[in-house]
Design a protein around this ligand. Structure first.
Ligand code: DX5
Ligand code: ZN
Length: 218
């Protein structure tokens, strides 16, 4: 299904109210919920681990899309799968054994995602594509929300679209997606747009209407 999907990143939501934030954006039209896991080592920021993903699972009725910005990945796959992740996305830069990691994600019963940093050529994904349900092209350097979109990634998205052809593999874009950049990433071939600040700005669980307006504008 290559229809356009918006995946709000809860990195930009109220950390003390994730359950209601998730319910609010789903009610306002979110297609997936994107969960950013950071370890303070692979990226210079810390967020949360399997217990938080498990607690969120009760609130997510769509698809829980878990982006692992951690190294190593393999020791935690089972825990995130048991916590209820639908998709587990690992970075190609996170270790020497990404092929094994993607195998382990599928073996744990999750859909497998492969993420690439802006400094990594999408050509490196070629031998891995048939092990992937999703390829995530980072359009910022991972670690923080609210950064500006890296324009040169548009060429990489087009290249990846050609490499994938008709295979049922999602192209997800993560970082700096807003109403200005979204049409260009879609034209380049993306079908899943992660958006943190662009979705959550101006809204709250008390008044989630701006979330819906923000999602509609993207
Ligand atoms: C960045 C994260 C993103 C982040 C995007 O490391 O992977 O998912 O939340 O935030 P925005 O949409 O604000 O750039
Ligand atoms: Zn992310």
């Amino acid at each position: 299904d290559r229809s356009l999907k918006i995946a709000p990143s809860i990195l930009a939501a109220d950390f003390a109210d994730f359950g209601r934030e998730v319910q609010a954006v789903e009610a306002q039209g979110a297609d997936w919920i994107h969960v950013d896991v950071m370890d303070g080592h692979f990226v210079p920021n810390l967020t949360f681990g399997p217990p938080m993903v498990k607690a969120l699972r009760r609130h997510v009725t769509t698809v829980m899309d878990v982006h692992l910005m951690i190294a190593p990945v393999d020791p935690f796959i089972e825990a995130f799968a048991e916590a209820g992740a639908d998709i587990l996305t690992a970075h190609i830069e996170a270790g020497p054994h990404i092929h094994r990691t993607l195998q382990a994600i599928r073996a744990a019963g999750c859909r497998a995602g492969l993420a690439l940093n802006p400094g990594t050529s999408v050509q490196l994904a070629a031998p891995l594509l048939d092990m992937c349900d999703l390829v995530c092209v980072m359009t910022v350097n991972p670690g923080f929300g609210g950064q500006s979109f890296i324009e040169s990634q548009l060429d990489q998205i087009r290249t990846l679209r050609e490499m994938i052809g008709d295979r049922p593999i999602h192209i997800e874009i993560d970082g700096g997606v807003d109403p200005g950049t979204a049409p260009r990433v879609v034209a380049a071939g993306a079908d899943v747009l992660v958006a943190g600040s662009a979705v959550f700005k101006g809204g709250s669980v008390a008044d989630p209407a701006p979330y819906g307006a923000n999602i509609a504008r993207i």
